[in-house]
Design a protein around this ligand. Structure first.
Ligand SMILES: *Cc1c(COP(=O)(O)O)cnc(C)c1O
Length: 496
């Protein structure tokens, strides 16, 4: 029997996995969640010997039950190929007492590639399966990394167009350059005069705009989403936690069934939710450590039970985590509310109208496996410098937030459980901040690309292809718009 997905805001809205992937967001603004969480049905000794692709199949088949074995394996093998610069796909690096799970070996050197390299295949397979006639328009808001990874994934994919909105002054120079130089006749990139939350809210509004949907349908288009609200993003992210555990077991770093902790630098709560789903699959994970930067809404939520976005939005050196509305948290709220769509919808209404909500003690009790904390900008820089000086290993600013929070957690609890830190971006993507952290005085006067070469030297890592590619690439996208003009911009691109 197929696993059915239900909207977090309306228990009557149901979908199969492929329908949920096509829709992205449920009709009422809710997110699709599986009605039950499956269990892994292969043992660890078997998993330990599997490749990334084989592991992906074992995990994804449990969630995407209306895909045939052949379809799913085709999607997996097309996604996880030589676009990644290592056969391991997601290698583990042991540094200073923790295991860094490097999720940045894909085409755009950030962890978004882990899911966005497969989403276009899942989406086109789902379209075929559901006899979709319309062209699919991927509408995406990005805090920097999703945009490029989605553009790279969907560029020139037949039957699709992609439109990406990013905050004009809220991404790193390299992130912006990566996006505005994107090739592909079906790609569009827009810098908005606003922040990521405004971009995300604008995109969500267009998804639930019925008039716009009609207009689109008449012209032969329909929207879908490449944001982590799409379960087609979430499911591939569960894979690397299973894979990392199996590799640690295979290497003898952990014993059979030994529990590990996982630290995730968090923004939209997608990556850590995937870890939570992995734990529910039966993977021996003890604590899920949620790391935030100075936009510490989630830290406050875990410490008080109140989610409150009424606060100043801070631009930090980890821009992909500069988020005050963590969309995927809704999936967890729905679950701890007893899979009660009405109750969840009430919280989300409060979030929209008052900017905050408070969960009950009963709900809070179900969050015992989560630990939240944050690092300041200064602490983040210090972590990068210390780790480099101690080990020679250079991490990016987002990963450094996770490491900083990990240190705080160990200090607070004395818990010395073996720990995997999700390393979400290559330091080459945030070169300026990384090099400033290591030695501001020395590197301050260098250009971005001089810094790239310098980083390569000190870290003893070759410059990734993704960076080489943009050194001399031509800017192809120059559109900018105000937040309220986002629908107008979309209509202009589509000639509707
Ligand atoms: C997107 C992103 C994050 C945040 O991940 P979420 O799934 O949104 O919580 C962290 N680090 C980097 C580098 C990212 O690109």
């Amino acid at each position: 029997m197929d696993l059915i997905y239900t909207s977090t805001r309306n228990s009557d809205e149901k979908a199969t996995a492929s329908q949920a992937i096509l829709k992205g967001l449920a009709g009422d603004g809710g997110l699709f969640v599986p009605d039950s969480l499956p269990k892994l049905d292969v043992d660890m000794d078997t998993l330990a010997k599997m490749s990334y692709q084989e592991t992906a199949y074992e995990v994804m088949k449990l969630f995407l039950t209306d895909f045939t074995e052949e379809e799913l394996k085709h999607c997996i093998n097309s996604a996880y190929d030589s676009k990644f610069d290592t056969e391991e796909i997601a290698p583990l690096v042991d540094a200073d007492g923790a295991y860094y799970l490097e999720l940045f070996h894909g085409a755009t050197i950030a962890f978004k590639d882990m899911a966005l390299s497969i989403l276009p295949y899942l989406m086109t397979t789902a379209a075929k399966k559901n006899h979709v006639k319309n062209e699919i328009v991927i509408l995406t808001a990005t805090s920097g990394d999703t945009g490029k990874a989605a553009l790279a994934g969907f560029a020139d994919v037949p039957g699709t167009k992609i439109i990406v909105f990013y905050p004009k002054n809220g991404v790193s120079p390299i992130q912006e350059k990566q996006m505005v130089t994107q090739k592909g006749a079906n790609t569009h990139v827009v810098g908005i005069h606003g922040n990521f939350d405004q971009a995300q809210t604008g995109v969500k509004k267009m998804f639930s705009d019925k008039e716009l949907a009609e207009l689109m349908d008449k012209a032969g288009y329909q929207f879908s989403s490449a944001n982590s609200i799409n379960i087609g993003r979430l499911v591939p992210q569960i894979v690397y936690y299973v894979y990392a555990y199996a590799k640690l077991y295979e290497n003898g770093a952990i014993a059979k069934d030994e529990k590990i902790n996982v630290v995730v630098p968090t923004g939209n709560f997608g990556n850590i939710l995937a870890a939570f789903y992995a734990k529910n699959l039966g993977l021996p994970i003890a604590k899920l450590i949620c790391a935030s930067n100075e936009n510490k809404v989630l830290f406050d939520f875990f410490s008080t039970g109140t989610y409150d976005r009424n606060r100043e939005f801070v631009l930090t050196s980890s821009p992909s985590m500069d988020i005050l509305i963590s969309s995927n948290l809704e999936r967890l709220i729905y679950r701890i509310a007893g899979n009660d769509a009405e109750k969840n919808a009430e919280f989300m209404r409060a979030l929209t109208e008052e900017g905050k909500y408070m969960i009950t003690d009963e709900m809070r009790a179900q969050l015992a496996d989560f630990y939240g904390n944050y690092t300041t900008e200064e602490e983040t820089a210090e972590v990068i410098r210390d780790l480099y000086e101690k080990t020679g290993y250079v991490i990016d600013t987002h990963t450094a937030v996770a490491t900083g929070v990990y240190h705080k957690y160990v200090k607070e609890t004395g818990d010395n459980t073996k720990t995997v830190i999700a390393s979400t971006a290559s330091p080459f993507k945030f070169t300026r901040s990384v090099m400033d952290a290591i030695d501001k005085e020395k590197y301050d006067s260098m250009t971005d690309f001089e810094l790239v070469d310098e980083l390569s030297k000190i870290a003893n890592v070759t410059v990734p292809q993704a960076i080489e590619d943009i050194r001399s690439a031509e800017v192809l996208h120059k559109t900018e718009c105000d937040v309220e003009d986002m629908p107008k911009t979309v209509k202009a691109f589509l000639n509707i």
